[in-house]
Design a protein around this ligand. Structure first.
Ligand code: F0G
Length: 458
């Protein structure tokens, strides 16, 4: 018999979490203006809001914390982090930042000017926020297959080369500071980008003289999918795949809170000396001196260890297999989810799940609220609220998909939790026809509204 996967670690410490009563949850979510970001974590039983900074660290990472060097400049922990990043990616410059969006802020302060165009594959919301804040535009060149949740194409994060070339032809290198490849592509469902596609984007970009950067939050999960799904890579190690992947880029931004396996942190890594010099100045203004950039020495030490562990196959296999386990349970229950199952989360198609809720009443948010009320599980809307308003027309943007994301923190929950989540969703699914009303906005901020928006029952 083929042995199944099992976690390549055992659990040494636990943290209590609490169930609550449906009446309590109904009250709490109302008082939170029907925005799950406003809930206290004590009001949540299983927290699937994000896989960002919410995972468990290994004993070696906790041990590394104790070795942290807190020197303001030139700390030993920076050197450790530099050596790890340099070995993994090949990039010669490193600037730590306090998290991923800070890396975007620093890098884009150098590279993005008003009127610029940044093509890519479904930019993440903070990325788009940093682009639009500078009065530039993100153009999504993701392949069309990504927007059909039942299409089993193995690399739905891929960039459509025809769409990309059209953007290159229309705007040219004068207006396009770089192309951004997000690995894995969060906004289109945690879907990977193939090595073949990355290579092709590099070649096309070379023809037009345009640099290529990676938004790398889940780079190790992307490398795992390349190994599993791209024949030429099945015998390569994850670290070899990672090294090759970055050889096609000019640099990267990183949210270390995902595949860095730490609770806070980020960085920029790149090759260009001039961009590094300019970005160093912005790091000093916004983050801190260039050898810590908003991170404690101990956090850099834990991150160096985390990056090494995240790029090990056995870890990635248990990580991705847990997401598959949950996804397959939901498929078994007839619940419409995005397939193939993504890297860090299961994405539920709210338009199919709740056909009676009008699109203007936020079906994915409605489903998130129903799941919370059912079982104290907190997911996040990836739909109209997240897509926000068009910065010029101020009209709601209607994305092609309306999803509820259940992001699974790393090394945190067991498969019993996955069974509980699946059962809760099944219960909501069984009463889906009774859910006919959604929510309406009573207050919203100017940008990134989904974090703080207030809603009421429609
Ligand atoms: N890029 C991607 C692809 C992300 O998923 C995130 C964060 C960021 C950049 C920004 O990084 O949070 O460290 O500032 N994603 C989290 C999520 C918040 O829940 O998906 P950050």
């Amino acid at each position: 018999m083929k042995l199944p996967y099992a976690e390549p670690y055992r659990i040494k410490m636990t943290e209590e979490i609490h169930q609550s009563a449906p009446e309590e949850r109904a009250e709490w979510i109302k008082n939170s203006h029907y925005n799950l970001f406003n809930l206290k974590s004590s009001q949540v039983f299983i927290d699937l809001l994000t896989d960002s900074g919410t995972g468990a660290m290994s004993d070696k990472q906790w041990a590394a914390l104790m070795t942290g060097d807190e020197s303001y400049a030139g700390s030993r922990s920076f050197e450790q982090l530099y050596n790890t990043v340099n070995k993994l990616t090949g990039f010669k410059h490193l600037l730590p930042t306090h998290q991923g969006r800070a890396a975007e802020n620093v890098l884009f302060s150098v590279l993005v000017k008003e009127g610029n165009i940044i093509p890519g594959n479904s930019h993440f919301d903070t990325t788009k926020g940093h682009i639009e804040f500078r009065k530039a535009h993100a153009i999504d060149c993701t392949i069309d297959e990504a927007f059909d949740i039942n299409n089993l194409y193995p690399f739905k994060g891929n960039i459509d080369l025809n769409k990309l070339e059209k953007v290159y032809q229309e705007y040219g290198k004068e207006k396009i500071p770089f192309c951004l490849i997000t690995i894995t592509c969060n906004s289109s469902g945690g879907q990977p980008v193939s090595m073949e596609n990355i290579k092709a984007v590099r070649e096309l970009s070379n023809q037009y003289g345009i640099p290529v950067f990676f938004d790398s939050a889940r780079f190790a999960e992307n490398a795992y999918f390349i190994k599993k799904r791209e024949a030429a890579y099945q015998d390569k190690s994850i670290k070899e795949i990672v090294r090759e992947l970055y050889s096609y880029g000019d640099g990267m931004t990183m949210s270390s809170k995902k595949d860095g396996l730490v609770n806070i942190g980020g960085f920029i890594a790149l090759n260009n000396d001039e961009v590094f010099q300019k970005a160093s100045n912005f790091t000093i203004i916004y983050e801190g001196f260039i050898t810590y950039g908003g991170m404690a020495g101990r956090d850099m030490a834990a991150l160096a260890q985390g990056l090494d562990e995240a790029t090990e196959f056995t870890y990635l296999e248990s990580r991705i297999s847990q997401i598959e386990y949950l996804g397959n349970k939901l498929i078994e229950y007839g619940i419409p989810i995005q397939r193939p199952i993504g890297g860090h989360a299961v994405f539920i198609d709210a338009l199919t799940f709740l056909p009676n809720v009008p699109r203007a009443e936020f079906p994915a948010q409605t489903l998130a609220i129903e799941l919370y009320k059912e079982a104290g599980i907190r997911g996040v809307e990836i739909g109209i609220l997240l897509a926000d308003r068009d910065p010029e027309t101020r009209e709601n943007r209607y994305p092609k998909m309306e999803l509820l994301r259940l992001a699974i923190p790393r090394k945190t929950y067991t498969n019993n939790h996955m069974d509980y989540i699946a059962a809760a969703l099944k219960n909501v699914f069984e009463r889906k026809n009774e859910i006919t009303k959604g929510y309406k906005i009573t207050w919203e901020p100017d940008i990134l509204r989904h974090f703080t928006v207030h809603l009421t029952e429609a």
